[in-house]
Ligand binder design. Structure first.
Ligand code: DAK
Length: 269
């Protein structure tokens, strides 16, 4: 199974069941132009369509080309010439892409090297979690441009680091360095170099792939859905999903394999 769409501003490759999406505009610090969003949208939809049985990928990495930036935000140059209707299309595409990352049936790790500002920070936060290098710089500097975060940053940052810290960061538009990002829970692990970070993401997925892909997906769904609910409603979602998974072959295989003291062979069914 392969991806057929051709891209100019992003790259997509698959190795050992791990897909890597690279935003590839290093001269503009990988800023999110309308073309990037359009191409990302087409790619994510094609992955969603072709990966229902986990035959294309079991995990995804989102990263930026070059050493200087993950994504330095929405493309400011492109925005200055946008009409209101083009701005609306741009906003909807960007927001839809963040929702696609959240709804894909496999986990997505954002591997952040250098700047992840504005829309870049927002794209990273829509992934399942963030790895970063020691040189990473996060922030929501939109207010400095007379804007507010528009790809979910006003919502997701609060949920990740707490509302007070998110407000403090957003109102000032200040940079958040890698160490601070780790300390406040925006990032889960830091690495010396981009190579070490990419290797760690690959290792993480290789270990994760011993688990049932269906169970990992169900866990992702329930945890994302519960994020927007009261604890009681979230527990209800969990109970229903827990019941549903008893219909899966993977659940039977996992429990039988444990009883038979052997490694399970999961199929994602
Ligand atoms: N857009 C376009 N080009 C960018 C860019 C960006 N966000 N960031 C950097 N570049 C370009 C620079 O213009 C420069 O291009 P040339 O001049 O060489 O042609 C090249 O990348 C290298 O950048 P610098 O020369 O500035 O590099 P430095 O190392 O000196 O500085 C920097 C790096 C990251 C500190 C600086 O480039 C910077 O401050 N960049 C802007 C960062 C920023 O403010 N990002 C947030 C953008 S606002 C919306 C939804 C979402 C959004 C808006 C609306 N709706 C729903 C409607 C999101 C908004 C944002 O993300």
């Amino acid at each position: 199974m392969t991806i057929t769409t051709k891209f100019e501003t992003i790259e997509f490759s698959v190795e050992s069941d791990i897909g890597t999406i690279t935003v590839n505009r290093p001269k503009a610090l990988n800023a999110l132009s309308e073309q990037v969003h359009t191409e990302l949208n087409a790619l994510l939809k094609e992955i969603q369509e072709k990966n229902t049985d986990f035959s294309l990928v079991k995990g995804l990495i989102l990263t930026g080309a070059g050493d200087k930036a993950f994504i330095a935000g929405a493309d400011i140059k492109g925005m200055t010439t946008m009409s209101a209707s083009e701005a609306e299309t741009f906003a909807r595409l960007g927001q839809e892409n963040t929702l696609l990352f959240e709804s894909l049936n496999v986990p997505v790790i954002a591997c952040v090297n250098g700047y992840a500002l504005g829309g870049g920070c927002e794209m990273a936060m829509s992934c399942d979690f963030i790895f970063a290098t020691n040189t990473a710089v996060f922030g929501q500097p939109e207010v400095k441009l007379g804007l507010i975060p528009g790809f979910g940053g006003s919502q997701r940052l609060s949920k990740l680091v707490g509302r007070n810290r998110a407000k403090e960061i957003t109102y000032s538009g200040r940079n958040v360095g890698a160490q601070e990002a780790l300390q406040i829970g925006l990032v889960v692990s830091l690495f010396e170099t981009k190579e070490e970070m990419m290797e760690a993401a690959t290792k993480y997925f290789s270990k994760m792939m011993r688990n049932s892909p269906l169970a990992v997906y169900e866990a992702k769904k329930v945890m994302n859905e519960g994020n927007d609910l009261t604890i009681a409603a979230g527990l209800d979602v969990e109970a229903r999903a827990f019941g549903n998974i008893f219909n899966s072959e993977d659940m039977k295989e996992g429990t039988v394999a444990f009883m038979e003291k052997r490694a399970p062979k999961f199929t994602g069914k």
